[in-house]
Design a protein around this ligand. Sequence first.
Ligand SMILES: Nc1ncnc2c1ncn2[C@@H]1O[C@H](COP(=O)(O)OP(=O)(O)OP(=O)(O)O)[C@@H](O)[C@H]1O
Length: 696
Amino acid sequence: MTSPDDFDWARHEAELTGGPPPVDTPEALAPQRWSAAGLRAAKRRPIIPAWARSRTELKIQARWVVAYYTHVWAYHLTRSPKYAAKLVVRAPRGAVRLVAGTARWVADAEGAPVRAAAVRRENAEEYLKLSRQRDARVRLRTALLVAFVVGGTATAGLLVVAGTEAAWYAVLVAVVAVLGVAGTPADRPLVDTAVSTTRAPNLTSDVVLSALGAIGVAGINQAISRRGLQDAIRFAEPISRDGPGWRAVVDLPPGVTVDQVVEKRKELASALSRPLGCVWPEGNVEVHPGRLVLWVGDEDLSKAEQPAWPLLKDGTASLFRPVPFGTDQRGQPVGVTLMFASMVIGSIPRMGKTVAARLLLLAAALDVLAEIHAYDLKGMGDLAPVEPVCHRYRAGSDDDDVAYGLADMRELSAELARRARVLRELPRELCPESKITPELAARTAYRLHPILIVVDEPQRWFEHSEYGEELREIAEDLVRRGPAAGIIAVFATQRPDAKSLPTGISGNAVLRFCLKVMGQMENDMVLGTSAYRNGLRATMFSRRDLGIGYLAGEGDEPQITRTYNVDGPAAEVVVRRARALRENAGRITGHALGEEFAPAAVASVSVLDDIAAVVLSGETKVWCETVAARLAQLRPDAYAGWDSEQVTVALKPYRVKVRQVWGTDRSTGLGANRRGFERAQLLAAIAERNRRRDAG
Ligand SMILES: Nc1ncnc2c1ncn2[C@@H]1O[C@H](COP(=O)(O)OP(=O)(O)OP(=O)(O)O)[C@@H](O)[C@H]1O
């Protein structure tokens, strides 16, 4: 027999009532109440708005207000004679209007139609009431008028008898001005407009709904046909002004994700009848994947006027703080904090990578502590403006250019090892959390200042037949371990594929700036795995969106950013100022100082051959640290500062396995297991390299 618990009560109840059992419990249907837990989880809005918290932004806003009102004031001042003439011409008409208006007011003309209506209705009682009211009004107003005329005449008489000539003119001007204003026709204002604005159409819920219904997303269309337009798509917040545009927050129908709409940005712009550069759909995955934040600007972002780079004319920068990089769609400044990060910049050709990379170099130039290494491997001279402040600089990708880069990268690799040692050994109170602080960076004794290396088109390094592998290994190592030691590596490429941006670089960069790309693979290469799937699609940018891209890694959320466009000549001016700052601070080094850097000698020696030279023939296994010490003795200019890590990095491209090997510590005479390799593997790697080299 069925027990009461096994009995399907819901089904039988449904059969009796003729409907399906309710899915939502009463609790789920009850309206939400305020709760302490809810309040604790609530997001607090900043007390002081973002623009007032940033000194740069405050400066920009203040500058705008001053510039705006100076313009308006100067504009009207230059037209004041014209305004005066207009007032004089309009004064007679003003006088007529004033007299006629006063007469109508005294005679209570505005009540005439009501009294006439009472007459037409033959309503004697109402007419009598209205007449009495009119008589009282006329009496009062006539008395007021008489008093005003008597007072006015007496004042005028007093002025004529006792007033100065200046007072007469002042009164005359005032009277003419008042009459002129009174005589101004409604359709021809007295003053011209000092600024012209083109108001874009307002964004209303109807416009958004019908646009979303028109872009051909199957899930939206099905929901609309099932539930109707108004019920299929809901607005999570009221549509509001947000900067120079409108912001609509929409919950797409269940099952539809934001990336489906982002993909149709062009169709959406067409459905909204707005230029493509005005329509910016984005997701808010933190809420749910169907939460669409649609920002529709008044002006095409690529055409909208952008403020000048805040550091263009004055100011200095610190790489420990965000440096001005661009503005978002709303015109708000976007900064980039370079310290403790590596960065990749990618896009199809001619979208603004070099301008973005140069901007970072300019900011670094204005931080006198920063040591700059710049590589323009395209060789077009785009980075030439920053050459006067570079510690290392090279344009081009011929063999000797790549050799120069390799020599520098080896130096940086050794510097990385030195810094790691210094940071390890520094007292905790000086270096909490083993992190470089601005104070530590400023202390010359430790040489822990920020180092920025920017490589434009790094694939030309990585594809080099002889040095490519080693360059790639060091670059990956710098991206991985450099940030913690204050070495910031920035790679900008127009070919974001595995060869140009090896996974060791693309996977480990903290900051990412992706201008227009053509496909999902390049998109994810620059913005990170799954970026495309999460609706972060730099494919939506058009070819006209120069300098506009997704910047990820700076804030909580990736943001659309349009870089400041500092062109070559402007960059030169900034660098002149930066060089003067650096000269004053005694911070001109390396290339900028005219120092000879002998890359050919350094790079022409092969690390592999040098390692082979220091491994003795009787040693079957050798520790990396032993090799590092011997290399430093062999060629101090190339290997000073090397430790076990550098030897590991140098051997990696040649597939010599570094693992724990048994050996004897010569200083203590004790045996130990430490990182090292087998000589046989090293010799095999050299043989393989020689074979490949001979094969061409
Ligand atoms: N923020 C910006 N605003 C307006 N125009 C820009 C902006 N950034 C770059 N541009 C323009 O875009 C064009 C291409 O810039 P840039 O040389 O930096 O591109 P690129 O991606 O480095 O090109 P390539 O792939 O050839 O290296 C230039 O004419 C530049 O003036």
